[in-house]
Design a protein around this ligand. Structure first.
Ligand code: GAL
Ligand code: CA
Length: 367
């Protein structure tokens, strides 16, 4: 296993502050002793359940260049650190966009003795290899953010998913844009009664791309906003790719674009970068809407560069994953969790405008 990829955020006290996986062996040995001791106590007639108090947990995610995912994993790391019991040693691996790499990483995590895996698939349509590997060792998987299709989730009863409802984020983005258009007639710059718009989409085939676009546009229409679509470009959640796509769209449509709907904040910010790069006068700049509420996204809302965003509740998702992890490790209390169809946890999105951004932004200067 490549040690450079191993990140351990848990502070280990004592002489050896090393967090390499070697430590996993001593942790497992300690767990073994604890279990033996507990069994001994039981054998003497005192009913003490043998609960693991320490565990290795593996996190595999699709790409470390993704802004939202990095913030979500930081939250998860904090939440797992905050658990009293079991004490978690966390190992995080980045697949750099390759499912094959991720399959190998998962095998290594299982070989290292992980008791639960949290997996953000590189290819959400291709989880079978990972599911087979985990089932062989009876290690449960919590998929997150990139939702496997329903049939794959049925492959085994130890598969869970934590995420959010893409449709809700699309509807909220559409409502935010409709509110802005209704309250500011200058958005319809050419005064033709229609809003000329473009869309910047996430990865093709990602549940959060197609669905967000569809519901944002339909919600605008349901709110009585007449629309004219000028263009749509895939920018794979990336700020740099979105800037390039936006530069192309601007050169095709000059100053006709009045509204930019982006499937995430990073792409909305890439679109804003394109306008800045071209030094377009403010009166010819469209309104931009994002989704996520990343730190940079919230700052752009506070600075009134981004008209609004939709908060993708990374704290809530991380807390749900940490709680589920603890219950899966200890094999206790799973029944206390409200799981949809016994497998799914969806956290709500929230609308963010410059009126309430202070509630979400952590930096005091934006409160
Ligand atoms: C979405 C998020 C995007 C990106 C993507 C990766 O939920 O809005 O910014 O992180 O997940 O799967
Ligand atoms: Ca117009």
């Amino acid at each position: 296993m490549n040690g450079r990829n191993i990140i351990c955020r848990r502070k280990i006290t004592g002489a050896h502050k090393c967090c390499r996986l070697l430590l996993g062996r001593s942790v497992r040995a300690a767990v073994g002793l604890a279990v033996a001791a507990a069994l001994f106590v039981c054998a003497c007639g005192k009913k003490q359940p043998a609960l693991p108090d320490k565990a290795l947990v593996g996190v595999a995610y699709y790409n470390k260049s993704d802004t939202f995912l990095n913030q979500l994993i930081d939250c998860l790391s904090e939440q797992l650190d905050a658990l009293d019991s079991p004490e978690i040693t966390l190992t995080i691996r980045d697949a750099a966009g390759s499912q094959r790499t991720q399959d190998d990483q998962v095998k290594e995590l299982l070989d290292a003795g992980c008791k639960v895996l949290c997996v953000n698939l590189a290819d959400r349509a291709d989880p079978s290899e990972i599911i087979d590997l985990a089932r062989e060792r009876q290690v449960p998987i919590i998929f997150f953010n990139r939702e496997p299709v329903a049939e794959d989730m049925m492959q085994w009863d130890q598969l869970y998913y934590v995420g959010a409802d893409a449709e809700q984020s699309g509807v909220m983005q559409g409502e935010l844009a409709a509110d802005a258009i209704r309250s500011d007639s200058s958005i319809d710059r050419n005064k033709d009664g229609k809003i000329q718009y473009v869309v910047l989409e996430g990865e093709a085939g990602h549940q959060d791309a197609i669905i967000r676009t569809e519901y944002a546009v339909n919600t605008l229409k349901d709110n009585g906003i007449a629309l004219e679509r000028l263009s749509c470009g895939i920018a794979n959640w990336s700020r740099a790719q979105a800037q390039n796509r936006m530069l192309q769209m601007i050169s095709q449509h000059q100053n006709q674009i009045e509204l930019v709907l982006a499937n995430n904040d990073d792409m909305a910010l890439g679109a804003i970068d394109a306008y800045k790069k071209l030094n377009v006068t403010e009166s010819a700049v469209p309104v931009f809407f994002g989704i996520d509420g990343t730190d940079v996204g919230l700052k752009a809302v506070a600075d009134q560069q981004l008209a609004a965003t939709v908060y993708n509740d990374k704290e809530g998702q991380a807390a749900a994953m940490a709680k589920l992890t603890a219950k899966l490790v200890t094999k206790k209390g799973l029944g206390d969790l409200e799981l949809e169809n016994g497998k799914y946890i969806y956290l709500s999105y929230f609308k963010v405008t410059d009126n309430n951004v202070g509630m979400f932004y952590k930096d005091d200067s934006y409160h």
